[in-house]
Structure formats: structure tokens, C-alpha cells
Design a binder for this molecule. Structure first.
Ligand code: UT7
Length: 335
């Protein structure tokens, strides 16, 4: 029987209009553009403003653009998975809300939360449904409104994060393109270094948890940095070795955009040059589940059919992984 592969056949994206610059941040907390650029590599990030607007509003914009670009009717979609850490509500799933806002009525859908690796986990899951032959048009969204859980009085975390969303369409192909292989890993011991203390079932919200500012991102930067550098590079190098990919035959690395220094360390371990790496952290910051698809969205018109691409991520959990993809279409011929 011919093997069915799961190929990305389109990308849509959305970032909100409001831009929070390092200069504005340095008027809010004790920081400087120079510190943020040297230690993290971020110049500005987009922030979703407006009462009652949540992650699904950005996800829906990305999905609408994706449907338009790929000339897909919402009724054709049979599964929608949303990678997200900042759902609109604890329940129902943000995937369901995005589906409603984009008139997707024939699909089942659910959220996946694997910290900053959420999109990688969700894309892998989607590819399994497609490879099995059970689903033909699957949307994977990566979306986060990190500004909802960032403490803008904490200089150690507030420069890092931004808001955004992007989505891909995944379809079956019998050609030699699409998702070739994935390595996904996790180690729950890392949760002590990166989490949100209150608001879940272990510590429901109370006046005390709010007064103690426990509904924000809690991060111990240094241990997270060390794990991220070693784990993201380990699985990316392993992926290259498994498939005999060399620095010469790899077209693109799409790394999670958490810190420019982590991206550079990963590229160095893989032996590739910076020109082979998609980097937009300067303009968006860490948009958590949205970083990888936002890169694909921005670089789409440079991508060629057959390009060898490795996606890599590291996030809360800890979770991490890499995914090897053969790009399925010429990105400049879209729309
Ligand atoms: O996406 C999920 C995964 N997350 C990550 O991958 C994040 C990984 N961690 C990091 O990227 C880095 O650890 C951070 C960017 C979070 C922090 O950078 P760092 O080089 O590890 O800084 P640090 O936490 O060791 O702090 C160094 C100094 C401290 O001052 P002292 O104690 O040396 O006097 C901090 O108080 O920098 C100070 N500092 C700041 N100074 C100016 C911390 N934040 C700031 C700031 N502006 N915004």
C-alpha cells in the first residue's frame, strides 16, 4: 500500500497591531533596550488590546487567512487542534471557539498544552490523524495571548513575551513530502522552574493568590536556559543524524523563539549558519505556541518544494522536540 504522508499545504498568521517597544518597557520597569537586546535579542513585541479579546480572536484571524489562501471552505475541515497555553477560558477548548468564529462546523477539535512545544506536539498529533487516512483536512493553530499572564512589574519576565497566532493546513499526500519524522520528549521534573502558581485545580484563584501575584508566569531563567540550550540542540542533531541530513542539505531550521542566544547555540551545535535559521524574535518576542508557525508564515514565500526543514522547540513541562519536514509546495506561488 502507498504510504500516506501529512504535508503542510498552507499557512496563515496574525499579530495584533499594538507594538510594545523596549523603550516603553523601560518606562514600566527598571530595564534598558541594551539589556534586553544583549540578553534576549528582542526589540519589540505585539500585544492584543481590547476588553474581552482573547487568544481565539487571534487564532480565528490566522485561520480565516489560511482558509482564504488555500481556497478551503470551512465545511471541509474535519479536525482542528489548537496548541495553546493561554486558552480563552479553562474550558471549553479554544479550538472550539476558533472553529465557531471561523464557521468550521464539521470538525472535532481540542487544545494541546505542552508549553512552548505546543505547536510541535499538535502538528505531530495532526500528522498521525492524516497518515492513518482517517482525516483529510486538519488545521493546526498555535496561538497565545501571553500578555494575559505576564506580570508587567517583573522585569525578569515581562520583556520576553508577546502575543500572536498562526495556523497551518495539513493534508495527505502520497508524494515524498510532508512530515518525515518527529522526536518529542518531556520531563516533568522541570515544572518547578517554569509554571503559573495559581488558577488551576491545585490552587484555585482566591484574593490571596491574586494579592501574591500568582496568576502570572513564574520562571527561573537560568535553569530553563540551560535545559533549553542542551535539549533543543540534542534532538535537532539527533534528527540530522537519523536522516543523514548535513548542514549543506538542511535548508531551514525553525527554532522556538525564546532567546537569541538559545537559537544561536542550537544552530552552532547543528553546524549551520545563521542564514539557514528563521529568526523573528526581534519583532515578536516569545509568542509561545505561535513562534514556529509565525516563522513559517513569514518565510512562506521563500520556501521551495522539497526543502528540508527541521522545527525545534523547548518549553514548560519541560517539553521539547524536533520535527523533520519536507516542504510540499513553492511558497511564492500561493494566493
Ligand atoms: O519559552 C520557554 C522557555 N523559556 C526560555 O527559554 C527562557 C530561558 N531563559 C532565558 O532566556 C534567560 O535566562 C533570561 C532572558 C530569562 C534571563 O537572562 P539571564 O542572562 O539568565 O539573566 P539573569 O536572570 O541571570 O539575570 C542577570 C542580571 C540580574 O542582576 P544581578 O543579580 O546580576 O544584579 C537580574 O536582576 O540581570 C538582571 N535582570 C535585568 N536587568 C535589566 C533581569 N532582568 C532584567 C531586565 N533588565 N529586564
Amino acid at each position: 500500500m502507498t504510504k500516506i504522508r501529512a504535508a503542510i499545504t498552507g499557512v496563515g498568521g496574525y499579530v495584533p497591531d499594538y507594538i510594545l517597544t523596549n523603550d516603553e518597557l523601560s518606562r514600566m520597569v527598571d530595564t534598558t533596550d541594551e539589556w534586553i537586546m544583549t540578553r534576549i535579542g528582542i526589540k519589540e513585541r505585539h500585544i492584543l488590546k481590547g476588553e474581552g479579546r482573547g487568544t481565539s480572536d487571534m487564532g480565528a484571524e490566522a485561520v480565516k487567512q489560511l482558509l482564504e489562501k488555500t481556497k478551503t471552505d470551512p465545511s471541509e475541515i474535519d479536525l482542528i487542534i489548537c496548541g495553546v497555553v493561554t486558552p480563552d477560558m479553562l474550558f471549553p477548548a479554544t479550538a472550539n471557539i476558533i472553529a465557531d468564529k471561523t464557521n468550521i462546523r464539521n470538525a472535532f477539535g481540542f487544545d494541546m498544552n505542552a508549553g512552548c512545544s505546543s505547536f510541535l506536539y499538535a502538528l505531530t498529533t495532526a500528522s498521525k490523524y492524516v497518515e492513518s487516512g482517517s482525516h483529510k483536512k486538519v488545521i493546526v493553530v498555535g496561538a497565545d495571548k501571553m500578555s494575559a499572564i505576564v506580570d508587567y512589574t517583573d522585569r525578569a519576565t515581562c520583556p520576553i513575551f508577546g502575543d500572536g497566532a498562526a495556523a497551518v493546513l495539513v493534508e495527505p499526500t502520497t508524494e515524498d513530502f510532508g512530515v518525515v519524522d518527529t522526536i518529542l520528549q518531556s520531563d516533568g521534573v522541570g515544572r518547578i522552574h517554569l509554571h503559573q502558581k495559581a488558577g488551576g485545580s491545585a490552587k484555585p484563584p482566591t484574593h490571596e493568590t491574586i494579592d501574591a501575584r500568582e496568576h502570572y508566569v513564574y520562571q527561573e531563567g537560568q535553569p530553563v536556559f540551560k535545559w533549553a540550550v542542551s535539549k533543543m540542540a540534542d534532538v535537532s542533531v539527533e534528527m540530522m543524524e537519523r536522516h543523514n541530513i548535513t548542514p549543506e542539505t538542511l535548508n531551514w531550521l525553525v527554532p522556538h523563539q525564546a532567546n537569541m542566544r538559545i537559537i544561536e547555540a542550537t544552530a552552532n551545535r547543528m553546524g549551520i549558519s545563521k542564514e539557514q535559521v528563521m529568526i523573528n524574535i526581534q519583532r515578536y518576542g516569545n509568542t509561545t505556541s505561535a513562534t514556529l508557525p509565525l516563522c513559517l508564515w513569514e518565510w512562506e514565500n521563500q520556501l521551495r518544494k522539497g526543502d528540508n526543514i527541521i522545527l525545534a522547540a523547548f518549553g514548560a513541562g519541560f517539553t521539547w522536540g524536533s520535527l523533520y519536514l519536507k516542504w510540499a509546495y513553492d511558497g511564492d506561488k500561493v494566493g
